[in-house]
Design a protein around this ligand. Structure first.
Ligand code: HAM
Length: 435
């Protein structure tokens, strides 16, 4: 009979053989985050729909098209989280973080959900790892954020990544800039996709975020007669404070020699951003090249009903990080067990207790199906363990076991009471041989 069920479109199983790479990515990140003194936070995978609608912005693609919105049995209007920042801010307010200290450094990882057309690097359930600093408007926080962002990629073995940087200003300067942009785009407006024409009316900055090939051609001046060199820049529209902030962030990055370049077209896909915006791309990934992005969101917590609280953060798409690692052929070796405990018919009943005791120290495999000693030895060989402990009938009667070193085939007997020392001896001699 054919399989009846498959993982829903846009979702994947992460199987043994690839999960090891994910585990390594997460372990490396935990180390970096601990050194940066960030605390982990875990929030629910679903929240009130309204939380995301308010924070991401009604005109954002995420809210308009990509939300997994549903009613539960109690008729609550809920949504699977499309991102983590809104949830972190909600938790920050709900648990009165402000009363526990002025500044909070938080990080999270977990699945996010967006209903978009699946393609390489884009899934409907995907994993993010994100970090946020809540409670300060100082450019030092933006600088630390970008340095953490870059150091995570460093830890994962990425080279030659350049941080794209822009400022999206304040809501006021953005309105003024939106007008300039609308004017610049006007002569070619008719050629833009229906989506972009809609955005041109509601939120012209969003046009710069288009992935539509025709729109990209228009923006690049290939059709419609626009001159990309004349595109107005947000940086020129900033007020003095936002400009000063941007310059301070740049100076900080330069002092740390973090490679970055200004990208005037960088506007981010969510509405809550103010001032600093940044992203990093890996072109080897194709169309879905953004490995991660973030920025400042000084108005979000107030928008959610809290006191004015500036904040800055980023998220990284772990699926894409892992894809890029696979692309460069990074090995993610599976760790085999260290020891295989083999038994005979006469000693079979004693094996599980020995295995359990050894498992308090080592990774131990054994037979569950009462197979012959030969079959067990073949399994041990195939699985790549280093030592086989054979519970032979004669030795067992004397309180002994046989230890076989699979590296060189040598065997020795050991007293049951000393089995850990004897195993360590073998492992140490292996280590010495390797040196
Ligand atoms: P975002 O740019 O929407 O930002 O997402 C961050 C990253 O998540 C993207 O750069 C990408 O790597 C990954 N990503 C997004 N959608 C998908 C998808 N459908 N499939 C696979 N990967 C995807 C945020 O989510 C903000 N919360 C970042 C932030 C934190 N800003 C401030 N703090």
């Amino acid at each position: 009979m054919a399989h009846r069920y498959q993982a829903p479109r846009g979702t994947r199983d992460l199987l043994p053989g690839e999960i090891e790479r994910w585990q390594r990515v997460e372990a490396d990140a935990r180390e970096v985050l601990a050194r940066y003194c960030y605390d982990e936070i875990r929030t629910p995978v679903f929240e009130d729909y309204e939380l995301f609608a308010r924070s991401s912005g009604e005109s954002s693609e995420v809210v308009q098209k990509e939300m997994y919105r549903f009613k539960d049995q109690g008729d609550r209007d809920l949504a699977l989280r499309p991102e983590g920042t809104a949830s972190v801010c909600r938790a920050y307010l709900e648990h009165g973080f402000a009363s526990r200290g002025r500044l909070h450094r938080l990080w999270y990882t977990g699945p996010m959900f967006r209903y978009a057309r699946p393609q390489k690097g884009r899934y409907r359930q995907f994993w993010q790892l994100g970090a946020e600093i809540i409670g300060t408007a100082a450019p030092g926080a933006d600088i630390e954020m970008i340095s953490l962002f870059v150091d995570l990629f460093d830890a994962w073995g990425f080279e030659d990544l350049v941080v794209a940087l822009n400022s999206v200003g304040t809501p006021d300067t953005r309105r003024a800039y939106g007008e300039q942009l609308r004017e610049w785009l006007a002569p070619a407006a008719g050629l833009l996709s229906a989506d972009s024409q809609e955005r041109l009316t509601r939120n012209p900055l969003r046009v710069l975020d288009t992935k539509n090939p025709t729109d990209l051609g228009v923006l690049a001046g290939k059709q419609g007669g626009l001159d990309p060199d004349k595109m107005p820049h947000m940086l020129d529209a900033l007020d003095a404070e936002a400009r000063g902030h941007f310059d301070a962030v740049r100076a900080g990055l330069e002092a740390m020699e973090i490679p970055h370049e200004i990208d005037h077209g960088l506007v981010r896909g969510l509405d809550y951003y103010t001032r600093t915006a940044f992203e990093v791309h890996d072109r080897s990934l194709g169309a879905q090249s953004a490995l991660g992005g973030g920025g400042r969101y000084d108005g979000l917590i107030e928008e959610l009903g809290g006191p004015a609280t500036p904040a800055v953060g980023f998220s990284i798409g772990l699926d894409r990080v892992v894809l890029a690692m696979e692309g460069r052929g990074d090995a993610a070796p599976r760790k085999p067990g260290l020891i295989y405990v083999a038994s005979t018919e006469a000693t079979r009943a004693a094996a599980p207790a020995i295995v359990r005791a050894l498992r308090s120290v080592y990774a131990v495999d054994h037979d569950l199906e009462a197979r012959s000693l030969n079959a067990q030895m073949r399994s041990a060989d195939r699985s790549g363990v280093r030592v086989v402990m054979i519970l032979g009938e004669e030795e067992w009667k004397k309180g002994e076991v046989v230890l076989k070193d699979l590296r060189n085939g040598s065997q020795r007997t050991a007293n049951l009471d000393d089995m850990v020392e004897a195993i360590d001896d073998i492992l140490d001699s292996d280590a010495q041989e390797q040196e």
